[in-house]
Design a protein around this ligand. Structure first.
Ligand SMILES: *[C@@H]1O[C@H](CO)[C@@H](O)[C@H](O)[C@H]1NC(C)=O
Ligand SMILES: *[C@@H]1O[C@H](CO)[C@@H](O)[C@H](O)[C@H]1NC(C)=O
Ligand SMILES: *[C@@H]1O[C@H](CO)[C@@H](O)[C@H](O)[C@H]1NC(C)=O
Ligand SMILES: *[C@@H]1O[C@H](CO)[C@@H](O)[C@H](O)[C@H]1NC(C)=O
Ligand SMILES: *[C@@H]1O[C@H](CO)[C@@H](O)[C@H](O)[C@H]1NC(C)=O
Ligand SMILES: *[C@@H]1O[C@H](CO)[C@@H](O)[C@H](O)[C@H]1NC(C)=O
Ligand SMILES: *[C@@H]1O[C@H](CO)[C@@H](O)[C@H](O)[C@H]1NC(C)=O
Ligand SMILES: *[C@@H]1O[C@H](CO)[C@@H](O)[C@H](O)[C@H]1NC(C)=O
Length: 531
């Protein structure tokens, strides 16, 4: 989903690069696996998005919750703050050999949470790793993690997630050979490439590459925005034991994201080594940007005092629930308010309730300021489920995705069609080598949770795809809602006639499939997975 998410939208970011020493020095540093240290952060920090905690603040928060930040892989709590990120999917060819190298070669490179928060401790390229159920079995790990979605694999969920069969899936996600994924993040693709080639030469024939995907934050002023143009990542929750919330930010118990911590509903049924790991959902989502833009152009909201262009912008903002600046339509109902969008203390500070309302539910018939179907409202209903919010929802995820693919070309924009040059309507092609050469606007969804059923699956199935949520007649989430390829009806978009149903004949976000992984703690890698 790209949007799927808990907010959902996807996102990205920006990083500084200065005085970067390339990974060529990988093998010449002091200890065999040490990478040269950084002077500037590899992470991005768009001012409109919640800041990461300082290392001092995070350590204090962690200590109050007895959380070991050096044992938790860095990507889980950090979210979408990557400049460049490579997803490298592999199968294990020789388990004995791989286990030895997992300990000697990979583990020393696994970047933990404390390291990422402290620039002086950041490597040139951060590395995280996750394993599919097949991968754990290949390593002879037969303990049941007790997450049935994970054990079944994502392909098994294809219908229930609303995907129209495997037609659009990347063939490698269908074939069933993926044992794990290595995530490499840095501020340059050069760093990532040299880390990967160093790694591959050491891992030798113990693994086989299945598929890889390079992501990057969008350029210039679009940094932090997903491919449709909307600022993304504002609604990621604050996790207890890690960071303090900004006004309006959801606070989630540690165990909603980390297995075996307080708030993990499955805590009594996990093997002890799974503690402080998290389930990683990977989805590759294509965004049909020119098609989306044409839909907005062709269907402006005709409110008094709005030009057609403003009416089109309003339609897009009501589909998302935010303007491109990040300003929520609930607080800026008719035109964008860039100052509001840029202020992280205000851009998430609303509930859909009346001013000052602290208990009870939002008005069940008022869509004047924000449609019930809006993407961010469907995936985080706030007062629609009743206030205070924390008592009404345990369906949170931490989103860690990044955009993929080049900017829309002039030709695509003019033709209103993604990649018209090849004449391929996305959706009919399963030839990977063609995909690799097409100009795709891709976005992935990466998210973490302690239960795939309560996290990703719930948000997609019970909220985004449920036409009766939050009220009868609401229809689909117009962005990520999926109906196995069928047309989707949505209400509430036209504020002059909220009951008007608009039929979307195109899925602007197309699922290319993915897989479920478990991202173990560093101690689990050391003491269980590599022995
Ligand atoms: C925290 O985790 C690290 C990495 O696994 C480990 O070396 C360290 O002993 C742990 N600290 C505590 C207090 O358990
Ligand atoms: C996995 O278990 C099988 C059966 O006990 C054994 O033959 C094999 O060597 C084990 N593989 C590894 C990598 O430990
Ligand atoms: C697997 O790796 C081990 C350790 O490197 C090696 O001894 C063994 O011959 C390899 N097995 C196969 C089938 O290549
Ligand atoms: C990184 O590696 C990929 C795959 O080998 C290659 O296509 C790309 O050009 C490389 N990029 C850089 C900046 O070296
Ligand atoms: C998994 O959890 C359920 C309850 O949520 C429990 O009934 C079942 O026994 C557990 N399975 C294992 C292998 O622990
Ligand atoms: C709820 O919203 C509707 C539609 O805007 C309005 O007519 C009604 O008065 C509102 N109810 C309350 C209690 O504010
Ligand atoms: C693209 O869509 C716009 C808006 O509907 C339309 O005016 C234009 O003619 C379309 N271009 C082509 C080549 O179809
Ligand atoms: C996939 O597309 C490539 C590039 O056009 C082509 O060379 C190859 O034959 C195609 N493979 C199949 C199975 O159609």
């Amino acid at each position: 989903m790209k949007l799927t998410t808990s907010p959902i939208l996807l996102i990205s970011s920006l990083g500084l690069c200065a005085g970067i020493v390339s990974g060529v020095h990988l093998n010449t540093a002091r200890s065999p696996n040490a990478q040269p240290k950084r002077k500037t952060s590899m992470l991005i920090d768009p001012p409109a998005l919640p800041d990461l905690p300082t290392i001092t603040a995070a350590k204090a928060a962690a200590s109050a919750f007895d959380l070991n930040l050096t044992d938790i892989q860095g990507d889980i709590l950090i979210g979408m703050k990557k400049k460049k990120e490579l997803f490298f999917f592999f199968s294990i060819s020789n388990a004995t050999d791989f286990k030895a190298k997992l300990k000697s070669t990979i583990l020393p490179l696994v970047t933990n949470t404390a390291q990422l928060l402290d620039v002086a401790q950041q490597p040139q390229t951060a590395l995280n790793i996750g394993f599919s159920q097949r991968g754990l079995l290949a390593l002879n790990i037969t303990d049941e993690l007790n997450d049935s979605a994970f054990s079944g694999g994502q392909l098994q969920d294809i219908s229930s997630l609303g995907d129209p069969g495997t037609t659009n899936w990347v063939p490698e996600f269908v074939a069933g050979h993926i044992h794990g994924v290595i995530l490499l993040a840095s501020d340059t693709v050069d760093n990532i490439n040299s880390t990967l080639s160093g790694l591959q030469s050491k891992l030798g024939t113990s693994i086989t590459e299945i598929y890889s995907l390079q992501g990057a934050a969008r350029p210039g002023s679009e940094e932090g925005h997903e491919h449709f143009g909307y600022l993304d990542g504002i609604s990621n929750p604050a996790v207890e034991g890690f960071q303090s919330p900004l006004p309006g930010q959801a606070v989630v118990p540690t165990g909603e994201i980390l297995v075996g911590e307080n708030g993990d509903a499955g805590i009594d049924n996990r093997p002890s080594w799974a503690k402080d790991g998290s389930f990683l959902v990977f989805r590759q989502l294509q965004q049909l940007v020119p098609e989306f833009n044409k839909f907005l152009t062709d269907n402006p909201i005709r409110a008094p005092a709005l030009t057609p262009k403003q009416g089109s912008e309003l339609l897009g903002a009501r589909m998302i629930g935010r303007w491109k600046s990040g300003a929520p339509v609930f607080l800026a109902p008719l035109v964008d308010n860039p100052a509001l969008g840029a202020d992280p203390t205000r851009n998430n500070d609303f509930t859909y309730g009346a001013p000052g309302q602290t208990t009870g539910k939002a008005n069940a018939t008022d869509q004047s300021k924000c449609p019930f179907s809006a993407h961010i409202r469907k995936t985080r209903p706030r007062a629609d489920l009743g206030l205070p919010e924390s008592s009404s929802s345990n369906h949170h995820i931490v989103r860690g995705g990044i955009p993929y693919g080049p900017e829309v070309t002039g030709n695509e924009a003019t033709s209103n069609t993604t990649n018209i040059e090849r004449g391929l309507a996305f959706g009919s092609n399963t030839n990977l080598s063609l995909f690799k050469h097409r100009m795709l606007m891709l976005h992935d969804l990466v998210c973490y949770q302690s239960s795939i059923a309560a996290g990703f699956q719930f948000l997609q199935q019970k909220w985004a795809d449920n036409t009766k949520f939050i009220h009868a007649g609401v229809g689909f989430d117009p962005i990520i809602g999926a109906a196995q390829g069928a047309q989707r009806a949505v209400t509430g978009l036209d504020l002059t006639n909220p009951s008007r149903s608009i039929t979307l004949t195109t899925d602007f976000v197309v699922s290319r499939g993915g897989e479920y992984f478990f991202s173990p703690s560093l101690s689990a890698i050391a003491n269980t997975l590599s022995v």
